[in-house]
Design a protein around this ligand. Structure first.
Ligand code: SAM
Length: 427
């Protein structure tokens, strides 16, 4: 509706034009991004300052302090799909270390709305308005001296058309923030569409939300690899009807060789939903003193998944490839939680963030995907089985177990599939 006013955090925005997008449900997404950016921008500045000082010392500049002052590290952010500008206003007001924001949208109505809102919220001095196609704008910023410290992609639906430009326009060590809302595609309702958009086949499975995160991560990694860049995930969240990921982007051809060892195909049994990973294989590292990162020879993939499920002997669906390396950095997650307790923030979704991040921190980071209790018991026609019982059986046998933040019924474990099925059958 025209000229409706909305308040979120310290921002008050007007929906000046009728067709400009605003989604109140994404407040959690915006709150979380504010926390992540507060923690990340501090690290980023410290890292860049240290690099600059080292450079100065190497060039034997007399006063490194003077050098650092002259070269004050900036933290620049591009919100490539800005709509009302709400997110940019909140970043300007609530992220301590941001120097400059560019808020872009292809819609003229959105641009007009943004301008009014930036004035009204008194952030015009640090937020620049841009009216362009997001990709065109990012391509203009792909030279290292023009790149952004962080790029936020928050499109309708699938973000993949923006990734080629985005992975080139983030600084080395910078942050890429990506939302995907096309959960039906990512969660297995149209595996062929998922393949054409993300380069991976999705599966209809109880662990589809984590699988969605891992499909998006492998997609970004693939785009980055084309330019000798690679990703380091800091936090990957499944919430409501969307997913949101935060990854660092680095440059390094040698690291791109490790990508295959971070990917796997997924075999899903059509009978019992048992999931088996088939790694794509990887390079054997052959460190020498001179070159500790040297790699030599492609490794075989290990045991190949058979045609039939080891548990129930039925056939497999094939999905993936998915990202199998960690999807969060636990230390970073703890620091985001600490940031949440800082008195500076007054976030509408504070409690929810605390709950989700606490679960994320406890997740088994080396175990991709999970079993789902309802699917396990459903398979052997049981009504229920107490989660506590399952978890203690796993722990008693010496395996590890955790939940996934993506599902209340989830069982993430290092225990082999046979062991899990034995517990269910003998209960
Ligand atoms: N980030 C906003 C927020 O948090 O409120 C919401 C963004 S909305 C989901 C997506 C926006 O992307 C729309 O305003 C649309 O006009 C814009 N858009 C779509 N395609 C675009 C493109 N190729 N380049 C730039 N903007 C685009």
């Amino acid at each position: 509706s025209t000229n409706k006013t909305i308040k979120e955090g310290p921002a008050v925005i007007s929906l000046v034009a009728e067709k400009v997008f605003y989604n109140p449900v994404q407040e959690f997404n915006r709150d979380l991004s504010i926390l992540v950016l507060n923690v990340f921008s501090k690290d980023y500045k410290a890292e860049k300052n240290a690099q600059a000082q080292k450079k100065a010392q190497n060039k034997s500049i007399d006063s490194t302090i003077e050098f650092a002052e002259k070269n004050e590290v900036e933290f620049t952010l591009l919100e490539a799909l800005s709509a009302t500008g709400l997110r940019s206003i909140r970043y300007a007001k609530e992220v301590a270390d941001i120097t400059k924001i560019v808020a872009n949208d292809i819609s003229m109505q959105a641009v007009q709305t943004m301008k009014v809102n930036f004035e009204q919220n008194q952030v015009s001095h640090m937020v620049e308005v841009s009216h362009d196609d997001a990709c065109m704008l990012m391509y203009k910023h792909k030279h290292p001296s023009e790149r952004f410290s962080a790029i936020d992609l928050d499109p309708y639906g699938c973000p993949s058309i923006f990734l080629d430009a985005a992975v080139q326009s983030v600084q080395d060590g910078g942050l890429l923030l990506v939302t995907a809302t096309d959960m039906a595609v990512l969660a297995g309702n149209s595996p062929e569409t998922c393949y054409s958009k993300y380069g991976a086949i999705s599966l209809k499975t109880k662990c589809c939300h984590e699988m969605a995160l891992r499909i998006l991560l492998q997609c970004i990694e693939k785009h980055a690899n084309r330019y000798s860049r690679y990703i380091v995930p800091l936090l990957s969240i499944s919430a409501d009807f969307y997913i949101r990921i935060f990854v660092k982007i680095y440059t390094g051809a040698i690291h791109c060789k490790k990508t295959t060892s971070k990917l796997a195909m997924v075999y899903q049994c059509v009978g019992c939903d048992n999931m088996t990973l088939q790694p794509l294989g990887g390079f054997k590292s052959n460190p020498t003193e001179k070159n500790p990162n040297q790699m030599k020879g492609f490794l075989p993939t290990g045991p190949v998944v058979g045609e039939h499920c080891v548990n129930c002997n039925q056939k497999h669906h094939l999905g993936g490839p998915i990202w199998t390396a960690p999807i969060h950095e636990p230390v970073f997650v703890s620091r985001v939680l600490a940031e949440l307790s800082s008195e500076r923030h007054c976030l509408g979704t504070r409690d929810r963030i605390e709950g989700v991040l606490s679960m994320v921190r406890e997740e088994l980071h080396d175990v991709p995907l999970y079993y789902s209790m309802d699917r396990l018991v459903g398979r052997v026609h049981l009504e229920t089985m107490p989660m506590l019982l399952m978890r203690s059986a796993i722990l008693n046998a010496g395996y590890k177990v955790s939940y996934s933040h993506a599902s209340k019924m989830s069982i993430k474990t290092t225990a082999p599939a046979q062991f899990i099925w034995d517990i269910v059958r003998t209960w």
